[in-house]
Design a protein around this ligand. Structure first.
Ligand code: SAM
Ligand code: SF4
Ligand code: SF4
Length: 361
């Protein structure tokens, strides 16, 4: 079934369509990054979701199809660590086969990629983003609270490249005083390895990661440091592949006339590819945010900083049709006015919010 004309266009209160869906398939993880799942809070006593609470693959397919009917064409599978979900390639094959889905990506810590990369590619995954915060083992182990070494993640990146899940993107969350000394080293490695690295500003997602504004390294500082070593030019007027933009008018330009997008891209003048920054804190891009999020138990979140989601699981388990699901999602989306990162910039972001490991970044 293709998009239902009677449901379109579905735009929210700020005229933003829904084009991009992040699907969390588990709240569990094989790492314990201190900024995401600190072990003191996500230890043996933590109540992770039970298996029967998670949407089954069939349920996920129905819910995702309902989003596709509203205009979603890009999916990103995440978690927790999505590769921990049993038989994940089976789900990915179902989702990538849906008519109207034209891009399926996955965000992972990379550790299980050597085992799964070929199966992911065969299931129709287009690209993977691998999270890697340091090349130095001691820093990596400290940040991810793991005995594993960086080599485990690098092996995952290699496996993804060999499987054709390219270009592999690497995401690095930068925290001042924790891993900001790694910026040049990581950028240099990425240039040689043929991966696109994006440096992400540390965000105050959830309430457990001990966020401090002083820990945020502004994206402009990251770019200046990299450019001092390898000169870069901004990729002007281009919309980052995962920006989820499109269809926007001049209102999607910021005060300097620059396109507001998720990843700001820079091309190395010497031809060694590109590097990106995601300035969620210092340059919020809420005005062009066309992303919905689905938790692993089927709650729709309209913002990464939302305190609660809208239950879709009871509908799908209660026998709602695809059209009925679409209609409920459309109603939620039409009521959406989220712009949390802009509010933070204006000094007004308070209150409870969902954890990153639950909703998947
Ligand atoms: N486990 C997978 C991984 O690490 O790629 C997928 C889920 S993880 C929650 C998704 C992304 O969110 C990772 O790139 C991670 O670094 C990022 N992330 C987690 N907490 C963050 C925070 N407080 N600020 C910025 N990014 C964060
Ligand atoms: Fe796990 Fe990813 Fe969170 Fe790290 S960032 S704890 S790998 S979910
Ligand atoms: Fe979108 Fe919310 Fe992030 Fe703004 S803060 S870009 S509305 S997810």
């Amino acid at each position: 079934m293709s998009t239902s004309p009677d449901l379109l266009p579905v735009t929210d209160r700020l005229a933003r369509p829904v084009e991009d869906l992040r699907v969390s398939v588990t709240d569990r993880c094989n790492l314990r990054c201190r900024y995401c799942m600190p072990r003191e809070l996500f230890g043996p006593d933590h109540a992770f979701l039970e298996r029967d609470e998670l949407l089954t693959f069939e349920e996920l397919e129905r819910v995702v199809a309902a989003f596709v009917d509203l205009g979603v064409s890009k999916l990103r599978i995440t978690g927790g660590e999505p590769l921990l979900r049993k038989d994940l390639p089976v789900l990915l094959h179902k989702l990538s086969s849906l008519e109207g889905v034209d891009d399926v990506a996955l965000t992972t810590n990379g550790v299980l990629l050597p085992r799964l990369a070929d199966d992911l590619a065969a299931a129709g995954v287009d690209r993977v983003s691998v999270s890697l915060d340091a090349l130095d083992d001691a820093t990596f182990r400290e940040m991810a609270d793991t005995p594993l070494s960086v080599a485990a993640v690098l092996a995952g990146i290699d496996a993804a490249q060999s499987a054709g899940l390219t270009p592999v993107k690497v995401n690095t969350v930068v925290q001042r005083g924790v891993n900001d000394d790694q910026i040049e080293q990581l950028a240099g490695w990425a240039r040689d390895a043929g991966v696109i690295i994006r440096f992400i500003e540390f965000m105050d997602v959830g309430t457990t990661n001990g966020w401090l504004r002083d820990r945020v390294v502004p994206a402009d500082e990251v770019v200046a440091r990299i450019a001092a070593q390898w000169p870069v030019d901004p990729v002007d007027g281009d919309v980052a592949h995962d920006a989820g933009g499109g269809g926007f008018g001049p209102e999607s330009l910021d005060g300097d006339g620059r396109r507001v997008q998720v990843a700001e891209r820079y091309r190395y003048r010497d031809g060694a590819g590109e590097v990106g920054v995601i300035a969620s804190v210092t340059r919020p891009f809420c005005r062009t945010c066309v992303r919905a999020r689905l938790s692993s138990i089927g709650e729709l979140y309209t913002c990464l900083f939302a305190s609660e989601g809208h239950d879709l699981r009871s509908l799908v388990r209660g026998g709602s049709s695809r059209a009925e699901l679409s209609s409920v999602i459309a109603d939620v989306w039409r009521g959406r006015s989220d712009r949390a990162s802009e509010l933070r910039a204006e000094g007004g972001l308070t209150g409870p919010r969902v954890e990153m490991s639950y909703i998947g970044g």
